[in-house]
Design a protein around this ligand. Structure first.
Ligand code: AMP
Ligand code: MN
Ligand code: MN
Ligand code: MN
Length: 277
């Protein structure tokens, strides 16, 4: 059997459109053999996903995508092969959930100042029991014709430096990595090219990340090009990191990203799944 890994995606437990069940079914249809569900700051979708994965015979890797601060910037760290019942991780995600609710209220207030009302109620309803993210605000702005695309919602309101941006203190990088490793998982730097770091900042980040116990880096992601894969591969080699691959799939509406539709991981770097016990 040909193994097909996708180690980064979202369900409606955070900002994905599909339920954990529909996500796993779609992954299976796409020929994925090992899928990691990695919702933002929460593990609530994992039990349902595991159930469906068992019934269709694909391997579910329990995962999470945590929001971390380092040098006052925000980075996303994917935790793979975690024990979702780890007390430390559970406590941590509870804290991040309250931070997200408080942030959402502040974003809504900033939108009020721009004469856009009702955002908090709308995003709370949209998110249901799941995590509230900026994606929910972008949907709200789009549905109410304040913007004409998701991208525009970030460019005009939600992105860094825009009127409804709220700088947020998540948890520090070393703390986040500790939650993951104490939960038996592997910490992976998500989508390294998306932070737009200079080469010297990237080196500083990866030195710190590796010193703190980080073990992996996403080398292949949903929309990256061969040059980005080459750069990420060279970082993996330089910092002795294992390579991961994940689509960061959120919704079937995004035709550019599909579960499991990913380039091969370069043969010269060790795959992160070699670390799963
Ligand atoms: P948050 O973690 O609440 O800050 O939300 C971040 C999420 O917003 C990311 O995980 C993406 O899913 C989404 N996002 C960020 N920038 C964009 C963008 N330019 N267009 C569409 N979605 C975006
Ligand atoms: Mn997201
Ligand atoms: Mn991310
Ligand atoms: Mn993601």
């Amino acid at each position: 059997m040909i193994e097909k890994y996708d180690l980064h995606c979202h369900s409606n437990a955070s900002d994905g459109d599909l339920s954990p069940t529909d996500l796993v079914l779609r992954a299976s249809e796409q020929g994925v053999t090992s899928l990691a569900l990695t919702d933002h700051d929460c593990t609530n979708g994992l039990t349902e996903a595991q159930h469906t994965a068992d019934s269709v015979g694909i391997k579910l890797i329990p995962g999470i995508e945590l929001s971390a601060n380092w040098n006052n910037k925000c980075f996303h760290i994917v935790g793979l092969n975690i024990n979702q019942n780890s007390a430390k991780l559970q406590r941590g995600t509870r804290d991040l959930q309250s931070i997200r609710i408080e942030r959402a209220k502040k974003i809504a207030l900033k939108l009020e100042k721009k004469k856009i009302s009702g955002a908090f109620t709308a995003v709370s309803e949209q998110a249901g029991k799941g995590m509230i993210t900026r994606t929910h605000f972008a949907h709200f702005l789009l549905e109410n014709n304040h913007v004409s695309s998701m991208q525009q919602a970030f460019d005009r309101y939600l992105g860094k430096g825009k009127p409804a941006f709220v700088a947020t203190r998540w948890a520090e990088l070393d703390i986040i990595i500790n939650w993951i490793t104490e939960a038996g998982g592997v910490a992976v730097l998500a989508h390294p090219m998306r932070y737009k770091l200079t080469a010297s900042w990237m080196k500083r980040l990866l030195t710190a990340f590796s010193d703190m116990g980080g073990q992996g880096i996403e080398v292949v992601t949903g929309r990256n090009n061969p040059d980005e894969i080459r750069r990420a591969t060279s970082y993996a080699t330089q910092f002795n990191l294992h390579g991961s691959k994940g689509s960061d799939f959120h919704s079937p509406k995004n035709q550019w990203v599909e579960l499991g539709r990913l380039a091969e991981l370069p043969k010269n770097i060790p795959p992160v799944w070699g670390l799963f016990g």
